[in-house]
Write a protein that binds this ligand. Structure first.
Ligand SMILES: C[S@@+](CC[C@H](N)C(=O)[O-])C[C@H]1O[C@@H](n2cnc3c(N)ncnc32)[C@H](O)[C@@H]1O
Length: 218
C-alpha cells in the first residue's frame, strides 16, 4: 500500500482510507486487510474529492486532528472517508438541507464520533455559527445551486486564514446555456475575493460538467 497523502493510500488500482470503525462498511465499499490494518476502498464515481485525488489533486486539505466544515454532506459517503482521515481527535461539521440525508448521516454519526450533522441551508450561516465558534482547518463544498461560489465565500467566514478549501463546482447547475469554461471564469472571479486559487481540475471521467477547485484563504 502506497501513501498518497496523510490518511490516503493506494495500491495499483484503487484509493483507500484506513477504517476508523473496524469491520463496518458505510456504502457497500470493499474492505481489505493489509499488515494488520483495515482499509476501505474509496470510489471516485461516488466521491468528487476522491475523483480529484485520482486526477492529480496536489494537496489533501484534511489531516489527522483536523476540524472541517463540509457543505452538502448528503448521507455521508465522502464524509465517512474524511472521518477516517481526521481520525478520533478531528471533527467534521456536516451541513445539508435534506432531512432524509441528515437522518442517515445521524446514524453514521452514532458510529463515528467525529461527525457532527447540521440540518441547514448552507446559505443561512447564521443557523450554525454557534457550532463553529472556533474557525476550522478545512472547508469543502459539494452542492448543486446556482450561486455555488457565493455560498462557498460566505462560509469562508468559518475558515482559518491561510487554510485550504476545496469546491466541487457543478457548472450545469449554474447555467445550461453558457459553456462550462465561461461559467468557471465567472465563478473564479467570485472566489478570488476570499481565496487564492491553487488548482483547478476536471474530474472527468468520474463526473461530467464538474471542476474541483483547490483554494487557500487569503
Ligand atoms: C451531490 S450531493 C452531495 C454528495 C456528498 N458530498 C458525497 O460526496 O457523499 C449534494 C447535496 O447537497 C445538498 N444541498 C443542496 N443545496 C444545499 C444547500 N443550499 N445547503 C445545504 N445542502 C444543500 C443536497 O441536499 C445533497 O444532499
Amino acid at each position: 500500500m502506497k501513501k498518497l497523502f496523510e490518511g490516503i493510500y493506494s495500491d495499483s488500482k484503487s484509493i483507500y482510507t484506513k477504517n476508523l470503525n473496524k469491520g463496518k462498511k458505510v456504502y457497500g465499499e470493499k474492505i481489505i486487510n493489509k499488515n494488520n490494518e483495515e482499509y476501505r476502498e474509496w470510489n471516485p464515481y461516488r466521491s468528487k474529492y476522491c475523483a480529484g485525488i485520482k486526477n492529480g489533486l496536489k494537496k489533501n486539505i484534511f489531516f489527522e486532528g483536523c476540524t472541517a466544515l463540509y457543505l452538502g454532506s448528503a448521507e455521508g459517503t465522502t464524509v465517512s472517508h474524511i472521518s477516517d482521515i481526521v481520525e478520533k481527535n478531528g471533527a467534521i461539521f456536516c451541513v445539508d438541507l435534506s432531512e432524509i440525508a441528515m437522518h442517515k448521516l445521524t446514524k453514521l454519526a452514532e458510529e463515528r464520533e467525529n461527525i457532527y450533522p447540521i440540518l441547514s441551508d448552507a446559505q443561512r450561516i447564521e443557523n450554525y455559527k454557534e457550532f463553529l465558534e472556533e474557525k476550522v482547518d478545512a472547508l469543502f463544498q459539494d452542492i448543486s445551486q446556482r450561486n455555488q461560489a457565493e455560498i462557498f465565500c460566505k462560509n469562508a467566514a468559518f475558515l482559518k486564514k491561510g487554510s485550504y478549501g476545496c469546491l466541487s463546482l457543478k457548472t450545469k447547475s449554474i447555467s445550461q446555456s453558457k459553456t462550462k469554461q465561461d461559467i468557471l471564469i465567472e465563478e473564479k472571479k467570485i472566489l478570488e475575493k476570499e481565496f487564492m486559487i491553487e488548482q483547478i481540475l476536471s474530474i472527468e471521467p468520474y463526473e461530467k460538467e464538474h471542476y474541483l477547485i483547490l483554494v487557500k484563504k487569503k
